[in-house]
Design a protein around this ligand. Structure first.
Ligand code: FES
Length: 571
């Protein structure tokens, strides 16, 4: 076995070795633990402010069991935890900051291998990105989804249910008191959102990339098998260190292509586009928006799950989970079968015999839930660098549409006018929201799925074309064009759109255009000025360095990796 990295700290027979060992011994560790056992860092995003990860201290104990069993030495450490439901102005503002915390925490400490405990949306990409920039042997363990929400005898999905019933309140179909009653029914166990929102999508991406043991994505948080998976991951990470199997050997171009196709097959979140591009940038794998269109084109959605369908993650698990989906992809020649995974086997070896127990939840490739359901990349004079739309969540009658723009300059402008009965809008209008991109919000909030005007909801209108430089929650749905790049705050053409301009959307042709001639756009551009930089602190650094959505919204100076070497001692 290669010399352990941790021995650069613990095997030292000098003053530094004394310091490195002695302070740790205050926790009661016997001396022999420092004599050549692989040290496994358990990177924990536990926080009571991140409800989806609230059970992670217990989960970490199961990882430790496995590490001890395999002869390793587990040391748990906290990193910045990003809770989607509480963190303002948006958890995405801090994804890159958390990734820096992860990267430096791993690199600066005597760690030989890492187990990443991930759950709520941004905790997954931030940990993967930070760990990838160090490139040690690494295994991901997701926290698992909550049990299905149940309200008045029916399923109620995280997020998706909020968007649905809040519209019922705005249209007058549901009383506010009934709406609040649903609060306690939606989230009734530990775990993350149980729709195919961003957390479930990213947990699926971890598995499709080969970064977790098989089955990671769908086991509910409260199911005993989630703890078993954590324990087995603890055992396996020690072995990974002995094999010196680093993250960059798993995160290959083929692994990313598998993840992109898996995302289409599960009806996954548009947020995966941004996170996968950012992650690929950390391991020097070229990946761009066009790859999503090329690989996703013609891909069917196999999984009938909210927000694109009706089921929830518990149903997905009982039906066979992601291995059953990956098997379908493999049999349809839509999977790089030889992609290596963290258990040392190829992804195909892991999934080729995986059963599907319920075809109502996981459809076959030949009889999919929805045809042509990947994430489409749109381009045109409104989005020269691209925009995305989730085909599985659109309304068929709107995918080719021409309409008059109703433009909102900011989220505040939107909130102040959308409920106004006098707002000049009808069902053919296109709602446009500006200045909600990476720099504009800042942090590219999940506000792209704008609620519809109440007067149209009362007419029974359920969907309209919406366009913005924002993201949307993975739990949301509708004919929503997102991630318009460059964003308005960076001087993209979206900045110059005005109410009354006509917009044409043709998803089949992958086109999004505004019908405004060049001289008019030029004249409007001449009157435009960029929003001021935030005064200080993280927001200022972020806005100065954040890349655009089509580049993954990483910070420009974080792209790439530096390995795990630290040349100097601390004293
Ligand atoms: Fe944490 Fe949805 S709020 S996963």
């Amino acid at each position: 076995m290669k010399k352990l990295r941790s021995q650069e700290w613990f095997a030292r027979q000098d003053k530094s070795g004394f310091i490195y060992r002695s302070w740790l011994k205050n926790q009661g560790w016997p001396h022999d633990l420092f004599e050549g056992r692989p040290v496994i860092g358990i990177c924990n995003t536990w926080s009571e402010l991140t409800p989806c990860n609230g059970h992670f201290r217990e989960l970490a104990e199961f990882v430790k069991r496995g590490v001890w069993e395999a002869g390793g030495f587990p040391l748990e450490f906290p990193v910045m935890s990003l809770g989607e439901s509480l963190l303002r102005p948006t958890a995405m503002l801090f994804r890159n900051l958390a990734s820096m915390d992860v990267e430096e925490s791993i690199r600066g400490n005597p760690i030989d291998g890492v187990v990443l405990l991930m759950g709520c949306d941004k905790t997954t990409p931030s940990l993967l990105m930070g760990a990838a920039s160090c490139d040690l042997p690494t295994i991901g363990v997701s926290g698992g989804p909550m049990l299905s929400g149940k309200f008045r005898g029916c399923d109620l999905g995280s997020g998706t249910g909020v968007w649905q019933i809040s519209e019922q309140v705005r249209s007058g179909e549901m009383k506010l008191s009934e709406f609040f009653e649903a609060e306690s029914c939606m989230h009734r166990s530990k775990g993350h959102c149980m729709t195919m929102g961003t957390a479930s999508t990213m947990a699926s991406m971890v598995e499709a990339l080969g970064m977790s043991l098989p089955g990671n994505a769908a086991i509910p948080a409260v199911d005993a098998r989630r703890n078993t998976l954590a324990q087995l991951s603890g055992r396996r990470i020690v072995q990974l260190v002995r094999e010196d199997l680093c993250m960059s050997r798993i995160l290959t171009r083929n692994a990313f292509e598998n993840a992109i196709r898996a995302n289409a097959a599960i009806g996954g979140s548009t947020n995966a586009v941004i996170h996968l591009i950012a992650l690929a940038g950390r391991v020097d794998v070229p990946l761009c928006l066009a790859d999503f269109d090329r690989l996703g084109i013609g891909m069917p959605c196999l999984v009938d799950m909210q927000p694109s369908g009706s089921h929830l993650m518990e149903d997905f698990f009982y039906a066979g989970g992601l291995p059953a989906v990956l098997r379908e992809l493999g049999e349809a020649e839509m999977l790089h079968r030889d992609a290596l995974t963290v258990n040392g086997k190829s992804i195909w070896t892991n999934v080729k015999d995986s059963p599907c127990w319920n075809r109502a939840v996981i459809h076959s490739f030949s009889q999919p839930f929805k045809q042509n359901a990947g994430i489409a990349v749109l381009r045109g004079n409104l989005a020269p660098e691209g925009a995305v739309i989730k085909l599985s969540a659109t309304s068929p009658h709107l995918v080719q549409h021409r309409g008059r723009a109703v433009v909102f300059e900011s989220i505040e402008d939107f909130h102040s006018r959308i409920d106004d009965e006098a707002l000049d809008v009808d069902e053919n209008s296109v709602l446009v929201l500006k200045n909600c991109g990476p720099r504009g919000y800042p942090g590219m909030a999940e506000v792209g799925n704008m609620p519809l005007p109440p007067k149209l909801l009362r007419k029974g209108i359920k969907d309209m074309v919406r366009i913005s430089d924002a993201r949307m929650s993975g739990t949301a749905y509708g004919t929503v064009v997102l991630h318009v790049s460059p964003e308005a705050a960076a001087g993209g053409p979206l900045a110059f759109l005005e109410s009354g301009d006509f917009i044409s959307l043709d998803v089949h042709k992958r086109v999004i255009e505004c019908e405004v001639d060049e001289p008019t756009l030029r004249a409007r551009r001449a009157n435009w000025s960029a929003p001021p930089l935030p005064q200080r602190g993280w927001e200022r650094l972020y806005v100065k360095h954040v890349l655009q959505a089509h580049q993954g919204a990483d910070l420009d100076f974080l792209v790439g990796n530096s390995g795990a070497r630290v040349g100097r001692d601390s004293h």
